[in-house]
Design a protein around this ligand. Sequence first.
Ligand code: 2AM
Ligand code: CA
Length: 268
Amino acid sequence: MQQSKREVLFNDAHLWVKEAGDIIKQSFITELNIQYKTNFSDLVTNVDKQVEQFFINKIHTKYVGHRVLGEEGFGDKEITTEGVIWIIDPIDGTTNFVNQQRHFAISLAIYEDGIGQIGIIYDVMSDEMYHCRSGEGAYLNDRPLSKLEKKPLSQSLIGINASWLIKNRKIDPSVLTPLVNEVRGIRSYGSAAIEIAYVASGRLDGYISLRLSPWDFAAGKLLIDEVGGVLTKIDGEEIELLKQNTIFAANPSVHEKILDTFILPKLK
Ligand code: 2AM
Ligand code: CA
């Protein structure tokens, strides 16, 4: 993508994410309408839907031909990696949004022909904007993020989504039990986008979560790439951008160690 075209796209994306953050903050004064999606812990609110529609209107008005893949399904159908696609989660961590009014994020990524161009994760209540233009480094607000350096497991904090404890087809949940003894601590924040951004900024050294969707990891993947981190499927294979993936994002030395010691020997 041309540098000048990408710059315009970035400025718009950055501005619209900020505006969407204001819409979410303003929503606190009105009553939320909460609905269940697949189960009682899978929530969506009128605000998730309103914010997704806000992005889609902005994008389709200014960028005819760009397509949008959004969690709430108001975007384009039949998405392929061809052309420019915006992958958006209007609120990542909806349960935190509903129960805590904090610890949720807007996640926005722009890919062209399957190649990442722009990644933004905005922790709205902390006013922390993680962003990158691929190949130009990653930033937290105006501060450049450092490249991730080697770290022993004994000094590492690992984020694990609690859904990991549920038995699944490929990996027994007990696989990670020994890891708990080897690391400094385990955390669970409830927003995949924030947790991946935390890996990119060194606040976490790894993050593991079952079956995430493109809007949960598309922006995070670009941030992680910029700081020399690794984001793969749980078995170390490349993620598939438009599919659900079990995600393992980490500092490179931590990724290698956990994969080789705890995961690969136990894969069914
Ligand atoms: P969401 O809030 O946008 O749905 C919760 O630990 C994290 O997992 C959140 O980032 C949440 O994103 C994500 N997640 C993905 N699929 C989910 C599901 N089916 N139910 C609840 N959370 C889900
Ligand atoms: Ca969401």
